[in-house]
Ligand binder design. Structure first.
Ligand code: GUN
Ligand code: FE
Length: 447
């Protein structure tokens, strides 16, 4: 069984299906109503495959393949702080917890330990693609790129730019050095993965308050020159928005600050977008910029409830982000669950239409995320020509005496949509039996 999104509100259940993946990790055949014998007799000859060369992986009864999750916003450098935020809100959280941790990763042995764990942990939760923020340190950011490549996680790697309003122990010396350092990471990634088959640099102005106008202009020009994607934060917290207004009084809004610096385009990922005005939403739609919805983070550090339904109705492309460690969990399944709950809080504030469905949050976790990172033709679903970024999910069957398969009990009478709902609300990484990126097995649970 292969399950993926057909559209925002519809999942497709492909039972008794064979998917053939070639040595480059590309799906070259997808045949429904097909068993092993039929695959061997009809598909293999069509593909010029001989049986002995093929590795077969079968989903057992009750198991299913699902597209890998896409985390459109995660700070690898904050991973050790997951869960540590107390009662803080954004601006004091940054100073108390975040900047000291990120700064400490200038130590390469420490960065290796943290990044290795972060990559292994997110892979084990089924995250096949992540858009990462690293730190201001070039060697440690480059190490994150090296590690993603060696563990096989698809990744966007952002060297964090911040030459303003940041502590002396953790800031760029100037716009000029920040831009030169950004270019150094771009050059490193060009050397290790010249075609960006797996790893791609992403321009990363941390957020408007931590960047001078000179730095943002420089990054806007660099985007134009290189065509690279951009990631930043927007309109997460009310004090932050007031700060932006006071620092950039000549710009019409927070979104205009980015737009006026050439940073709001179709390849821009804006995280949070909790308190956007109508005008800002219009501008973001016009520029075709994307939004990363980070519900666990928005609740944890008390930022607010993002109005996802409104953004979807505008036609803005949206994915989910864990925002570790504003968010406490490295799991996109948890982000999906929190997106469901937050949308119900928006409903309780008066807009009943805001409730998201299971199908919708799974779309945001896969196809939506793929659009946000610009890879919708490659990942997010199972179609011939797309790459095999997938996870095998297994849920505990009450009738079987298999090894511990986590917290979900399947009695056997559930429909498939009910099974999926039980997975989304109670599943975790114990249910993620195996994970592949670009055809490579990158995680397997040892039972
Ligand atoms: N705004 C600026 N930096 C950060 C960060 O690291 N996390 C979050 N959630 N918001 C930010
Ligand atoms: Fe963030």
């Amino acid at each position: 069984t292969f399950i993926h999104s057909n559209s925002l509100d519809e999942l497709s259940y492909l039972h008794k299906t064979a998917v053939c993946v070639d040595e480059k990790g590309v799906i070259v055949a997808l045949e429904t109503d097909c068993d092993q014998t039929k695959a061997e007799e009809t598909l293999y000859p069509q593909l010029g495959w001989s049986r002995g060369d093929v590795t077969v992986r079968t989903a057992k009864h009750g198991q299913f393949f699902f597209p890998g999750f896409i985390d459109t916003h995660i700070h690898a450098s904050q991973y050790p702080n997951a869960g540590i935020f107390g009662k803080s809100t954004l601006l004091d959280w940054l100073n108390t917890y975040t900047f000291p941790m990120e700064s400490s990763l200038a130590s390469l042995p420490k960065a290796r330990k943290v990044y290795t764990r972060c990559i292994q942990r997110t892979l084990s939760h089924g995250t096949t693609t992540a858009s990462y923020y690293a730190t201001i340190s070039v060697p440690s950011t480059n190490l994150l790129a090296d590690l993603c490549l060696s563990f096989g996680q698809r990744a966007f790697i952002g060297r964090c730019c911040m030459d303003n309003m940041s502590p002396d122990f953790y800031r760029d010396v100037s716009a000029t050095t920040a831009l030169a350092d950004t270019r150094a990471t771009i050059a490193h990634i060009a050397a290790i993965d010249p075609t960006n088959a797996l790893v791609t640099p992403i321009l990363t102005p941390r957020f408007a308050p931590s960047c001078t106008s000179e730095l943002m202009h420089g990054l806007g020009a660099l985007q134009k020159e290189t065509g690279l994607p951009v990631q930043t934060h927007i309109s997460e917290n009310k004090n932050e928005i007031a700060l932006v207004k006071s620092m950039f009084p000549e710009h019409a809004s927070y979104a205009h600050v980015y737009d006026d610096h050439g940073l709001l385009g179709p390849k821009t990922i804006l995280a949070h977008a909790v308190h956007l005005s109508e005008e800002e939403v219009e501008l973001i739609k016009k520029r075709e910029s994307k939004i990363s919805h980070c519900p666990a983070s928005n609740s944890a550090i008390t930022s607010g409830t993002a109005k996802v339904r409104k953004l979807l109705e505008k036609g803005i492309e949206i994915g989910l982000g864990t925002d570790v460690s504003g968010g406490y969990s490295p799991s996109i399944l948890e982000a999906a669950r929190q997106a469901l709950l937050v949308s119900r809080h928006v409903a309780m504030e008066g807009d009943d239409n805001s409730k998201l469905s299971i199908e919708e949050v799974l779309y945001l976790s896969t196809r939506g995320g793929a659009q946000v990172v610009g890879l919708e033709k490659k990942i997010g679903g199972f179609e011939v020509g797309m790459e095999w970024d997938a996870q095998l999910i297994g849920l505990g069957q009450v009738e079987s005496d298999e090894a511990d398969l986590g917290p979900v009990d399947i009695f056997g009478w559930e429909s498939w949509p009910e099974t999926i709902a039980k997975w989304v609300f109670n599943g975790d990484d114990r249910n993620t039996l195996a994970v592949w990126v670009k055809g490579r097995l990158v995680h397997e649970r040892k039972l």
